[in-house]
Design a protein around this ligand. Sequence first.
Ligand code: UDX
Length: 441
Amino acid sequence: MKRVKAGIFGAGYVGLVTAAGLASRGLDIAVHDTSKEKIATLTAGGLPIFEPGLEKLLAEQHITYIQTAKELVTSCRYLFLCVGTPQAKNGEADLSFLESAVKTICRYADSDKIVIIKSTVPPGTGRLMEKLSETMNIEHRITFVSNPEFLRQGNAVQDFLFPDRIVIGSDDDETGTEVLQLYKQWDCPKLQMNRESAELTKYAANTFLAMKISYMNMMAGLAEKTGANIEDIERGIGSDSRIGKDFLKAGAGFGGSCFPKDLRALASIGTELNEELPLIRETLYINENQAKAVLRKLSTVFGGLLGRKIAVLGLSFKPMTDDVRSSPAVSAAEQLLLLGADVNVYDPLVRDNPVAGAVKSPSLLDCLEGCDAAIIMTEWDEFREILKPKMLNKLKSPVIVDGRNMFQLKEMKKLSREFPLYYDSVGRQRVNTLLTANKIK
Ligand code: UDX
């Protein structure tokens, strides 16, 4: 049987996961990126990004990496667009990479093509690209289909191979059904809809998940003041199947390359269309204040942070990734510096130091050395070590602010009876056997 040939534009994490996932289910895949270095790295068997399981899956496939866009376009009927749509200065999605890929496809198309947009784009973009292709006056028909991805960094391979659903948005059912055939090996709900609905589904999903997080962060403040525990509330409401148990973890707020960018993009779309979208604005507002709320817990201990030395644990926006884009950890470290504190930072995976003015430590132990307090901003497993006496003893006084609720309150209460300490977290009662013993330095 002849294998279906599909081309991927963009060798970022979405493009490469799509390439590896489709190839593993029998499609003949070629990948092109405008970065010659990326293609050279991939051809040599390297991987330009970090994503668990991806290197192995890619190595098991026969994927062709192509330097010239023309070769990709002429050899494939199906072209997946997996290029970035970063945030422009005004908050809107910047579609310039997408536009340039579409122009390239139109320039080299030697037969009819189906362009499948995986990048997150504002509703109406498919139509806009179709118009653009028409103005380029080519003999062949270029059809645009929306097929948003719902991949989480760190879990992208699994999310691609075993998705909750596949969404296909097209102008006509025939094209949508043809594209769905590419996913015939997938056993999950397959939802066909019009292009705008598919484009908006992606924003609606991300903003809803972000809203769940902000909702819990809002409740966390109330839980602290009323003597409740946000984790019990999480269990209490999460067991209602209408609410669902996921994305209810209170903490220092959400970050990453998707949620903040997509929320801002949707807010801009609302402004442009004269739709208010107050839930989107509040979700962002709560999130922007959440890292500050965690810092206030620290400031309370010392009555200000001027001249204090603080160990910031974690830099990535979540564990198992080295991505620091819109990371609450980075903004907390920056705010600490602005408040006049000296800052040590440590992350098990992030190589560079994204916080100018902070000292990046090579290990957890080094990071804690001589600090007045430690603040956990990313829930890396390694940070569990901090409870060992050899770690706690590195701090001037054992003061921990846990912005990710890594530790059970019970275990901290037990520990605090043997080892005087101050432990504050999000939406839970503070454990303090240090200040009452007047042992803070
Ligand atoms: C997200 C979406 O989940 C994915 O479907 C979309 O395609 C891209 O954006 P990702 O950015 O990789 O994926 O991270 P995710 O695991 O969703 O976490 C996002 C942020 O929310 C992290 O900063 C995380 O710490 C925070 N978070 C998540 C919480 O604070 N509480 C939670 O309960 C869940």
